[in-house]
Design a protein around this ligand. Structure first.
Ligand SMILES: Cc1cc2nc3c(=O)[nH]c(=O)nc-3n(C[C@H](O)[C@H](O)[C@H](O)COP(=O)(O)OP(=O)(O)OC[C@H]3O[C@@H](n4cnc5c(N)ncnc54)[C@H](O)[C@@H]3O)c2cc1C
Length: 417
């Protein structure tokens, strides 16, 4: 089978890359070992985070490190036996999160995050997926006045410097907007720009259908079999009954990207922040209407198609270690206090996924530094659903030699080599 481009991985990032390549006239084959949008892009909180200009930094200061070290929190949990392996990564993550370094990251990241909604919007339209999208922003709920005030100050700065919309609400106003809230609140922050997805995996499926409608091909295969083309040019991928050959290949394997780039000789600092979700029945009276994060505890409640989805904060562990949904168990009583109508559990077991992370909190988007016609698109951490389409456009523009819509230099893998 011959193609112009192979895209490896059919999560939100790979599907978006494939659409943008196909739209530019590249005959593209999208490869996954599963169906589209069945891994990390299935289980997330579904926020298209236009406000996400501040990527999630590592805690600074001894007091914060001590608090997290106790491992009894809800927003972060770690496997002590994973620490020897991930400690070098955490040290680099901490270093990039120091105020001076972090400011550089924020400035480099801003143009990409600014394109989050403007790049999703045309794909949602073309895919006919508007019914999966809510456009009412999302809410951070504060139980503590000090935390509320700090958040309001930061939001004012983001509005001023990055043009991000927000509203500051009192606790009573929040309860008026979301009448099922039962906890006493000090206030709430409403990010007004973001959109949210009522079924993230469903949106990826709609995007895959769009890709096929544009003439693209989807096949099942094992990305780990990618190898240089026999004539010394391009790439080949043995499938079950034939061999796929193409001029260029894009690695968009999310948390598995490092397995393939490692085989190709790259030592990239890639780890994961695992996360869980559980669905709960909606109450008949006063169902949850908005996406809202309990800011003091770091879990989020989202009104999804299947019910109320509770998503957890980060878990530092080896990607394939057995699940330890400690945070779901810690979050659930807090969620029942915040939203007393939360119904019974709907899933037999919590879903587990792994956010693919880099130590400087930014994705890797661009050419493979030591291979011709090989491209990287992974490491989107907390913002993969947000940045899939912007990444797709950026990669496709670089592949086809167009002028990229933003400067891609900050996202190059070369920064780690
Ligand atoms: C709890 C939680 C909440 C989150 N909330 C949000 C949110 O609200 N907003 C947001 O923007 N982001 C959120 N994220 C992050 C987001 O989900 C990820 O950044 C994003 O889904 C990553 O997409 P991806 O396409 O890179 O990876 P994936 O969706 O994991 O796709 C990778 C694909 O590669 C395939 N693959 C792997 N190995 C092979 C192989 N050997 N051969 C073939 N195929 C292979 C997989 O099957 C998979 O389909 C959240 C994450 C979690 C865990």
């Amino acid at each position: 089978m011959q193609a112009d481009s192979i895209v490896l991985g059919a999560g939100i990032v790979g599907v978006s890359v494939a659409i943008h390549l196909q739209m530019r006239g590249r005959a593209t084959v999208l490869v996954d070992r599963r169906g589209a949008g069945e891994e990390t892009s299935y289980g997330n909180a579904g926020l298209i985070q236009r406000e996400g200009a501040l990527p999630r930094a590592f805690p600074q200061g001894l007091a914060a490190l001590f608090r997290y070290g106790l491992n009894n929190r809800t927003d972060m949990y770690y496997h002590p036996d994973a620490l020897p392996r991930i400690a070098p990564f955490l040290a680099r993550y901490w270093w990039h999160s120091r105020p001076d370094n972090y400011r550089k990251v924020v400035n480099a990241y801003a143009p990409l995050i600014a394109a989050s909604i403007s790049e999703h919007a045309p794909l949602i339209e073309l895919a006919g997926a508007g019914d999966l999208i809510a456009k009412e922003g999302w809410y951070l709920l504060y139980r503590d006045a000090g935390e509320r005030d700090a958040a309001f100050r930061e939001a004012e700065w983001l509005s001023r410097d990055f043009g991000i919309g927000h509203q500051q609400l009192g606790g009573d106003e929040m309860v008026r907007r979301e009448p099922g809230v039962g906890a006493k609140l000090a206030g709430a922050l409403h990010w007004t720009d973001p959109w949210s997805i009522r079924e993230p995996g469903g949106l990826v499926v709609k995007y895959r259908e769009l890709f096929e409608g544009l003439g693209g091909t989807v096949v099942t295969g094992d990305a780990m079999r990618l190898e240089p083309g026999t004539s010394g040019a391009g790439w080949r991928l043995p499938l079950a009954v034939e061999v796929l050959e193409a001029r260029e290949a894009v690695i968009a394997l999310g948390p598995w990207a490092g397995d393939l780039t490692g085989r190709l000789g790259y030592r990239l600092p890639l780890e994961v922040k695992r996360g869980y979700h559980m669905h709960y029945a909606q109450p008949e009276a006063q169902p949850l209407r908005h996406w809202m994060l309990d800011a003091s505890y770091g879990y989020l409640l989202a009104p999804m198609v299947r019910g109320i989805r509770l998503t957890t904060g980060a878990e530092f562990a080896l990607r394939d270690a057995p699940p330890t949904p400690v945070q779901v168990d810690r979050d659930e009583p807090l969620a029942r206090q915040l939203f007393p109508g939360l119904g019974k559990r709907l899933d037999a077991e919590p879903w587990r996924g792994a956010r693919p992370v880099t130590p400087d909190m930014m994705p890797i988007i661009g050419p493979a530094p030591r291979h011709e016609k090989l491209w990287f698109a992974f490491g989107h951490a907390h913002h993969g659903m947000t940045l899939g389409p912007a990444t797709g456009r950026l990669i496709a523009e670089m592949v086809t030699g167009e002028q990229p819509f933003i400067d891609p230099a900050a996202f190059s893998a070369a920064r780690f080599l």
